[in-house]
Design a protein around this ligand. Structure first.
Ligand SMILES: NC(=O)c1ccc[n+]([C@@H]2O[C@H](COP(=O)([O-])OP(=O)(O)OC[C@H]3O[C@@H](n4cnc5c(N)ncnc54)[C@H](O)[C@@H]3O)[C@@H](O)[C@H]2O)c1
Length: 248
């Protein structure tokens, strides 16, 4: 990687132990950045640290725990140039009538509320610096109903609203906020179907409309672009990175 867009910069990446988050950490480090990688999996973070060495600081914990949010910001230090909110969980394609409270609450807590709390926490140092870039990972399910179950679809629509609202309030103060919407990506995300009706409704849409499966690095490239100064005039955008699925 010849470009060093993140030299001298600190970026927080959630879900940094796997998939899109891990590829994002690797990309930022390759471009000269220092990364605080957060994940619930100690094992995955240990592997990441072994691979990347001193350029990565790891924080292990569940981001739905406010203490982990605080520990993450503390690990970054006084200056936080970027935040990539990547961590997320699926919902087993469960439709509304079959939703259990614990699944709804967990999906909202991980995919949405943890994102809000960490974003809120990094805004203080970013506002003090008068600059910063936040990138949220949404989903095809943020655009349509035919890509996941009810809880996940609702959470990702909310991620889009959260992204736009944050951009609206803070772009005038030098802080950009954008989202990427992946289609299908080859990661460890749990997409095990749990209900027959969920698969019965979703299956035909996947077979007809899902163009291709992306590699995590293809998402990381766009996330890194949005985090970097190359995207200096991009804020409030929800960018599909889905092989054209959103155009269907
Ligand atoms: N893979 C896809 O096809 C796809 C499609 C659309 C959107 N997405 C979104 O991409 C993002 C990344 O997913 P991925 O596909 O790379 O999955 P992944 O499972 O490979 O990686 C997600 C990482 O987040 C971590 N994580 C989960 N819950 C956490 C929590 N509470 N606290 C801290 N860490 C936690 C996991 O341990 C894992 O390492 C998610 O927001 C997901 O919704 C993925």
């Amino acid at each position: 990687m010849s470009s060093k867009r993140f030299a001298g910069r600190t970026v927080i990446v959630t879900g940094g132990g796997s998939g899109i988050g891990k590829a994002t950490v690797e990309r930022i480090v390759a471009e000269g950045g220092r990364v605080v990688a957060v994940d619930i999996s100690q094992e995955r973070l240990d592997e990441l640290a072994a691979e990347l060495g001193g350029a990565v600081v790891t924080v292990t914990g569940d981001l739905t725990d406010s203490a982990v949010v605080t520990a993450t910001v503390d690990a970054a230090g006084d200056t936080i140039d970027g935040l990539a909110n990547v961590a997320g969980i699926m919902d087993g394609f469960v439709p509304t009538a079959e939703l259990q409270d614990d699944m709804w609450e967990r999906v909202m807590a991980v995919n949405l509320t943890a994102m809000m709390k960490l974003t809120r926490a990094v805004l203080a140092p970013m506002l003090a610096a008068g600059s910063g870039s936040i990138v949220n990972v949404s989903s095809e399910a943020g655009h349509r109903a035919s890509a996941a179950g009810t809880a996940y679809t609702t959470s990702k629509h909310a991620v889009n609203g959260f992204t736009k609202s944050t951009a609206f309030f803070y772009t005038p103060k030098g802080i950009r906020c954008n989202a990427v919407s992946p289609g299908g990506v080859a990661t460890n995300v749990d997409s095990t179907p749990q209900t027959a009706y969920g698969m019965e409704r979703l299956g035909p849409f996947f077979q007809t409309n899902l163009p291709r499966t992306a590699q995590p690095e293809e998402l990381a490239a766009v996330i890194a672009f949005l985090l970097s100064d190359d995207a200096s005039d991009v804020s409030g955008a929800i960018i599909p990175v889905d092989g054209g699925w959103a155009a269907v």
